[in-house]
Design a protein around this ligand. Structure first.
Ligand SMILES: *Cc1c(COP(=O)(O)O)cnc(C)c1O
Length: 230
């Protein structure tokens, strides 16, 4: 069983490499965040022992437990929707919070990080498709957040994250990744304090190859590594 997840991880890496060759920036490094939200401690330990370092969690409790157990050896990314009142459970611990989608949450992270004397790295979650209007901010709101963050000394915006709607054929959501890529480049061309476009976090098990072809520099892959869970 544990041999399988290491092999799955290698398979995903091979597919990422092949997709990278087809992208407009061949050879650009793409970070693989192994989404361990449905995986147990043993599975995480197995991948750490195999040399993997980046893991993603989407619930604060599980994030806390895994960070507590493996935070010295691995980086934990918070990728799920983050309620403002739970931000204190991840600020100062997360390598990167991928899901900042409101000014209120941004301000809470600033306040908490300042209190700890730390700088928190974040991505802003963009709702490109408009189909999942529950999470993610639109482009106008994203720009407001970036401008607002110029005076936040304890939050660094490192890029953008998006989720494409689930489809049978990942080619159907290529436009979502392409549009995120254009927006990313637009922001990168301008210069803002406390914002530096380093990561475009897009692509999951179902669509990471298309996302990489469209310029993703960070993919979040769960079930293709750890298997499918109900
Ligand atoms: C679960 C999850 C993933 C990984 O999804 P898979 O389809 O299992 O690869 C990626 N990003 C977010 C935000 C998730 O919640």
């Amino acid at each position: 069983m544990s041999g399988d997840i290491v092999r799955n991880l290698q398979d995903v890496r091979e597919r990422m490499k092949a997709a990278g060759i087809r992208s407009s920036t061949p050879g650009k490094p793409v970070v693989l965040v192994a989404v361990s939200k449905n995986a147990g401690m043993d599975a995480v330990r197995t991948l750490i022992q195999a040399g993997h370092r980046d893991f993603g969690e989407n619930r604060t409790r599980e994030f806390g437990l895994k960070h507590e157990a493996f935070g010295e050896e691995a980086r934990f990314h918070f990728i799920g929707h983050l309620q403002t009142n739970k931000a204190r459970e991840v600020v100062g611990k997360a390598a990167l919070i991928h899901s900042v989608d409101s000014l209120r949450l941004l301000e809470e992270i600033q306040k908490l990080a300042k209190g700890m004397g730390k700088v928190q790295n974040v991505l802003l979650q963009v709702d490109i498709s408009g189909e999942d209007s529950k999470f993610g901010a639109d482009k106008k709101e994203i720009l407001e957040m970036i401008k607002h963050n110029e005076s936040n000394g304890n939050v660094r915006i490192k890029g953008l994250m998006t989720m494409a709607p689930h489809t049978e054929n990942p080619g159907d959501v290529r436009w979502v990744f392409r549009e995120l890529g254009h927006f990313y480049v637009d922001i990168a061309r301008k210069s803002f304090y406390n914002t530096c476009m380093e990561y475009a976090s897009m692509g999951m098990s179902n669509d990471f190859e298309v996302a990489i072809e469209e310029g993703s520099s960070m993919v979040r892959v769960g079930s293709s590594i750890f298997g499918h869970h109900s």
